[in-house]
Write a protein that binds this ligand. Structure first.
Ligand code: 1GP
Length: 237
């Protein structure tokens, strides 16, 4: 086993978080992406992009590998962000191994994870245990619809902190606060700063971030890595 490769992306995330470096992942949803447009797409994403995430809530089986291959010329780490275990492919470098700790649907707490093992046990992917917390973004998110779970309220900071800490004690290596793709309201800075103060893991924040000002707000509150998707799909940034 190549131990270096197995741990490199999460170790780099931890180091970047500890040194206060701001990281940025651009999310590509294979369901909404034409691999033939990859070069044009890569030209218009921000220069400070540190990762490409690939995944979505409703991706056709076998669509992911071609998308990943089309993005390789960027020379960035490619991390799967799968809505379903059938999106796993060795074409990528790593997978956010998500557990939807904000919800109570066993399929997304341990069911999908079990189904992923027959692939992962023979895979070259770096597996990154990730606590995934869905936060109310002001509209119905695809995550809520597909997983049949409810988002945590933006008004109850203590509950979000409780869930994030429980996930850390369960062994998560990073925490992802998700307002949902296309959220009307990104995760509030009060939530980001409270979670940042409680946990000692890299903190990923995404959903509804469209502007430099929103990015700054989230970084200033303590986010280590921001995820942006929709704004680059729509060509309107
Ligand atoms: C969704 O957090 C990501 O999973 C990105 O959200 O598409 O709203 O940027 P947006």
């Amino acid at each position: 086993m190549d131990t270096q490769r197995q741990t490199s992306i999460i170790q780099a995330l931890v180091s970047a978080a500890e040194s206060g470096k701001q990281q940025l992942a651009i999310l590509v949803d294979p369901d909404k992406f034409d691999p033939a447009s990859a070069n044009e797409f890569l030209k218009r994403i921000p220069k400070q992009t540190t990762h490409l995430f690939v995944g979505g809530s409703e991706v056709p089986k076998d669509a992911t590998a071609g998308t990943v291959a089309s993005l390789r010329s960027a020379g960035l780490p490619i991390v799967l962000f799968p809505g379903d275990y059938d999106q796993l492919t060795n074409a990528a470098d790593a997978v956010l191994f998500l557990s939807l700790y904000s919800g109570d649907n066993p399929e997304y707490l341990i069911g999908q994870q079990r189904k992923a093992t027959s692939f992962l046990r023979h895979s070259t992917l770096e597996v990154i245990p990730t606590a995934y917390l869905l936060i109310d973004g002001g509209n119905q998110s695809a995550v809520a619809r597909v997983t049949q779970t409810q988002a945590l309220s933006q008004d109850n900071v203590d509950t979000v902190v409780e869930v994030a800490l429980a996930a850390q004690y369960c062994g998560a290596r990073c925490v992802y606060l998700e307002a949902g793709s296309g959220a009307l309201k990104p995760v509030r800075p009060e939530i980001i700063s409270a979670v940042r103060a409680a946990i000692n893991l890299p903190l990923i924040v995404g959903g509804g971030i469209r502007s430099e000002a929103q990015m700054k707000t989230a970084y200033d509150a303590g986010a280590n890595l921001l995820v942006m998707g929709t704004v680059f799909e729509n060509h309107n940034r």
